[in-house]
Design a protein around this ligand. Structure first.
Ligand SMILES: *[C@@H]1O[C@H](CO)[C@@H](O)[C@H](O)[C@H]1NC(C)=O
Length: 376
């Protein structure tokens, strides 16, 4: 009984065979068929090869959603050098709630404002990259993919040993602020808390020492990721006037970065800047200093590195191979048919429309036509 069932099953499987075997003697090989096959195999190999590179490649996918994280703190990473002595300047943050944020995370280090030759070279390269970034946005994807691998973006230490006085102050470190808009600023005098906000003790500093020329070596928000360039990194401003006000308006966009190497919560930002000379006599009021007003976008960007899945690669490969195989077969059949019609039928004058129906697009469909011809 079981054997009978098995036999039935075998018969059924035999019946549904879509690849019936043709005896060797029925198969005719032709020179044109061979040429077409060689061409088809070459095309298949080439396309499969390119397809492999497409498979190996990765790309960045950008998604946007509303940021639902209200409670976490925002980290600000700062590295700014101001052309004033450290005892004269103070940096701190005021947020929208007018609360002064403790700025003990910041260090004040006396340095020389002018860069050493090697640092200058490094700085120039950085500016070059920044310029390219502004023009070519796809470069950002490359940077994202290569984070961690990338060269450190921090300014290298001085290689020379200059005797110049330490005329500048490097303010660096990080601060944690509330996730609301705020204002980070560097002005004359150390900040002192005040019932209505805060004040800077500026009275003791002579106006002649004011110089808010500065260089931003690093300004980023969130996790610090080596290899990522921020828009303000490398900015250098030299002012000819003592009372200069520099303003940066920054919009921070929280960014979740997920590549095959890193996964990080970082922040990108865009910035517009403005500077003016403070001259109360000429009606230009304000406080000289460096002011960075930041605001946080309510949208969050998710950047994910993506890759073609292996099954999709296989499907595309099958598509290429099968597609080329049947297309070239059909073309070969069609061309052969046309050649037949033009050179044989018209010459012999025995054109018969009936035989048109024999053509079905396959390479071997011409054989019956020819034998039919021979009979007449
Ligand atoms: C401020 O310092 C920079 C760098 O040392 C210098 O080039 C500039 O002339 C100074 N500006 C003023 C107003 O002293």
């Amino acid at each position: 009984m079981r054997r009978l069932n098995r036999k039935k099953a075998l018969n059924f499987v035999k019946e549904v065979d879509a690849f019936p075997k043709v005896p060797e003697s029925y198969v005719e090989t032709t020179a044109s068929g061979g040429t077409v096959s060689v061409l088809a195999f070459t095309a298949m190999a080439l396309l499969a090869f390119f397809e492999f590179f497409v498979y190996r490649d990765t790309w960045m996918k950008y998604e946007y959603e509303v940021d639902k994280d209200f409670t976490s703190k925002l980290r600000i990473n700062i590295d700014i050098t101001v052309a004033m002595r450290c005892q004269f300047v103070g940096a701190d943050v005021l947020d929208l709630a007018e609360t002064m944020v403790a700025s003990d995370g910041l260090q004040y280090e006396p340095v020389i404002f002018d860069l050493s030759p090697q640092q200058r070279l490094w700085h120039r390269t950085l500016l070059l990259i920044q310029n390219r970034l502004r023009e070519e946005h796809s470069l950002q994807d490359v940077l994202f993919k290569n984070v961690m691998k990338g060269a450190p973006t921090a300014l290298p230490p001085r290689e020379d040993d200059p005797t110049q006085p330490l005329n500048a102050c490097r303010i660096h470190g990080h601060l944690y602020v509330n996730k609301v808009a705020g204002n980070f600023h560097i002005t004359v005098g150390k900040a002192i808390p005040h019932p209505r906000g805060h004040a800077h003790l500026a009275a003791l500093v002579s106006h002649e020492t004011y110089n808010f020329s500065h260089r931003i070596d690093h300004l980023s928000f969130g996790e610090e990721i080596p290899g990522i360039l921020n828009p303000l990194d490398g900015t250098e401003k030299v002012s000819a006037d003592h009372n200069q006000m520099f303003q940066y308006f920054i919009t921070i966009v929280p960014t979740k970065l997920q590549t095959y190497k890193v996964s990080a919560d970082t922040h990108q930002y865009s910035v517009t800047e403005r500077e003016r000379v403070i001259n109360h006599a000429a009606g230009s009021h304000g406080v000289s200093g460096i002011f960075m007003k930041y605001d946080i976008s309510s949208l969050i960007v998710k950047v994910t590195e993506q890759h073609m899945p292996f099954w999709q690669f296989l499907v595309r490969l099958c598509g290429i191979i099968g597609g080329i195989f049947s297309t070239t077969g059909m073309l070969h059949g069609l061309v052969g048919f046309c050649v037949d019609v033009v050179c044989c039928r018209f010459k012999l004058g025995v054109y018969k429309p009936k035989s048109m129906s024999v053509f079905d697009g396959h390479v071997n469909s011409r054989t019956p036509l020819l034998s039919e011809n021979a009979e007449h």
